[in-house]
Write a protein that binds this ligand. Sequence first.
Ligand code: SAH
Ligand code: SF4
Ligand code: F3S
Length: 446
Amino acid sequence: MNENTQKKLYIKTWGCQMNVYDSNRMADILSPLGYKQVEAPDDADMVILNTCHIREKATDKVFSELGRLREHQDKKKENGGKMLMAVAGCVAQAEGDFIMKRAPYVDMVFGPQTYHELPEMVIRATGERVVNTEMVTESKFDKLPEENISQGPTAFLSIQEGCDKFCTFCVVPYTRGAEYSRSVREVVDEAKRLADTGAREITLLGQNVNAYHGEDETGKTWSLGRLIAAVADINGIERVRYSTSHPRDMDQELIDAHRDIPECMPFLHLPIQSGSNKLLKTMNRKHDRDLYFKIIEDVRKGRPDIALSSDFIVGFPGETDQDFEDTMDLIERVNFSSAYSFIYSPRPGTPAANMQQQLHDKIKSERLTRLQALLAEQQKQFNANTVGKDVTVIFDRRGRQDNQYLGRSEYNQAVHVVANEDLFGQMRKVRVTASTQSSLTAELVA
Ligand code: SAH
Ligand code: SF4
Ligand code: F3S
């Protein structure tokens, strides 16, 4: 491809890791058309905003970004060029028509299940505005290209998409559609290709990843635990992670994988949302707090050092002081290494948005502050406990300063190391010398 036919592609990604994976795949499928990814939108020939609809602010951010990009688009036009403007992802799926109406300069809107059709859509968009919000997950994975642009030493691989759980606050079942698992062969082949292009760590992704039930070539259904073993066996793969899990789908095979498979990292992100049985019920989470405690106990039996993470929603409709205290109590009892927490955001079309007893913003933010202070303290303590100890790091980023390398420990902690050799892409043992709430400083162990 010479300079003249090469086109600049700028992709901005919000939301979950599956969106990051999808953005990589969009770059893969557009590459044969001459598009090469660039770091900034100025002078781009195509811009894709890969969006998230999980909370209210996410949509606002998309519209303000579109406003900024429009200036680049106008400039490009003044210079005789054209910048194709596209909105993809979950906002596109949920609000495609609204975006088209409100932002007439947007050329394309397409949902997460249509990325395999990108080459055709790009051609169509030269003559008309394109909206595509079909929902057929199978065809997306069947038809995405077999080539992967290298993701570097740590890579994402979507194995499952969509969700059938219908938690009452969540838009995912509507934006990503019904649960779908890729076949074992497809996953293993893609993992091998990622290993061939330099990946040493693979994170298996799904909105509900441990509901994985892909088939092998004999038609037998595999669980996630079994799939982790197969990916761990691939030459060059030293670490396997997975995200995001649902407590209801934590089966014994997955729990055992943490005990039996050395490549299965001692880190578990297991969202619970609330510690109150009453709220777990109105959230339609399909389990109570005792099940959560039981899982944690079982996982710790096989892997006592496992680092635990979760997601919490504060201020769900009907949350009383007691419900909130139940959540605080659960956090105290489990002791997390890290966690995400959010103020409940009513999403149009979800059952919880119409529930009585919506809470005032003031109560919601007071509770969030208390909850985050407790989680921050636990994270700080978890990190402090590793000072003086050895951890293993895969270095997948260069730091801002010379000789500075960044990566993650087996427990998913961010680790900074200064070294006189090029550590990028290496997996090394390091000794932790200092810690903060969010990261560790370490030095190479000779
Ligand atoms: N599949 C994952 C979560 C996907 S969404 C699971 O089942 O846990 C990521 C996180 O966003 C959720 O765990 C939840 O904590 C948060 N979230 C989802 N909908 C939300 C809403 N309406 N308001 C606030 N937070 C929300
Ligand atoms: Fe959303 Fe619940 Fe499905 Fe997670 S399990 S994606 S929170 S509906
Ligand atoms: Fe957001 Fe869609 Fe992921 S709503 S969290 S990008 S599945």
